[in-house]
Design a protein around this ligand. Structure first.
Ligand code: ATP
Length: 304
């Protein structure tokens, strides 16, 4: 008599936990509630190669202000593509359209040749994993927080993604290791550690397409290196799109999309874009200069 209700409560708990994981994955980056509806009898998205194409995409949140203008680019199967550009250039909007939180006002977005407006949103979002800038941690152990990525994952699978997300060193240094309590009532993690938890969750979910929203908050160089390594690991076997704020993240990207005022103004690899000596080269030299100035200042401070 007691077993049935307890069993049911367990089921409810797992369901809530599962949906929280999805909410975390989707909404932390995309702070918005979907406004579009599936077409009647929308098909399931069938993913074979995860080849993404934006074809002449226009978009406006409000009719009087166009945000994206004639955006065209593609991400071939297994490629890592980075989007860079000043604040307000339209990088997050691009991702919102890929998740179909909105429909383009013109043009189309396809995955493996299927217009994402024609497929069910559930199947689309199943295909794409997201690593948000700031991830929500629940009052539970680190291990369980990571398992939110795929609640049925075994301890061994959780351990494996902890290693791949470059969290093992940090977690092993804690007295209770993966069983350490985190969240409001437990250990507080730094921005970089939290982002690596998000990476571990995404690796556990293992969707064919990954979107990575790089943290804008300043990270110490150890955290930054660990995250760079983790993104590299994630990029293997996945088609990935990185919204990049630090150009150090994009050097090894297969393609860099440079956005300005809602338009793609340049695209190419790091070295091609440097040779073009255009907007990207300018952005690169500016970031290098400020890095050099910071390094000089640090050296001077150490002398004092
Ligand atoms: P950041 O690097 O600061 O995140 P971004 O390149 O991602 O910037 P977006 O967030 O895509 O830029 O914003 C592009 C433009 O769209 C901005 O002018 C922004 O004010 C506007 N915008 C974003 N979200 C909305 C919204 N929900 N409603 C109306 N306008 C919006």
């Amino acid at each position: 008599q007691i077993f049935m209700p307890l069993n049911f409560l367990g089921f409810v708990y797992r369901e809530i936990r599962g949906s929280l994981a999805n909410i975390d994955n989707l909404f932390t980056l995309l702070d918005e509630v979907p406004t579009v509806e599936d077409k009647p009898k929308a098909r399931e998205l069938v993913v074979k190669n995860s080849h993404i194409r934006f074809e002449n995409v226009d978009f406006a949140y409000h009719p009087d202000r166009q945000i994206l203008k004639n955006i065209s680019f593609e991400i071939a199967s297994g490629q890592k593509v980075a989007v860079v550009g000043a604040s307000g250039a339209g990088k997050s909007t691009l991702v919102k359209l890929l998740f179909r939180f909105y429909n383009p006002t013109a043009g189309r977005i396809t995955i493996d040749g299927q217009n994402i407006s024609d497929v069910s949103q559930a199947s689309l979002r199943q295909t794409i994993g997201i690593v948000p800038q700031d991830t929500v941690l629940f009052n539970d152990t680190l291990q369980e927080n990571i398992r939110y990525g795929r609640p049925e994952a075994t301890d061994e699978e959780v351990d494996e993604v902890i290693r791949l997300a470059h969290l093992a060193h940090f977690i092993n240094s804690l007295p209770e290791g993966p069983k350490t309590q985190v969240g409001e009532r437990g250990l507080k993690l730094s921005g970089g550690e939290k982002q690596r938890v998000a990476i571990a969750r995404a690796l556990l979910k293992n969707p064919p397409i990954l979107v990575f929203d790089e943290a804008t908050s300043s990270l110490d160089s150890h955290s930054e290196r660990a995250i760079l390594q983790a993104i590299k690991t994630i990029a293997v076997n996945h088609t990935s799109l990185v919204i990049a704020h630090r150009l150090s993240t994009v050097i090894d990207a297969d393609k860099i999309i440079v956005m300005e005022n809602g338009e793609v103004v340049e695209q190419g690899t790091h070295f091609q874009l440097l040779r073009n000596n255009g907007r990207y080269a300018h952005l690169w030299h500016t970031q290098q200069q400020s890095k050099n100035i910071n390094a000089l200042e640090n050296r001077e401070e150490r002398k004092i």
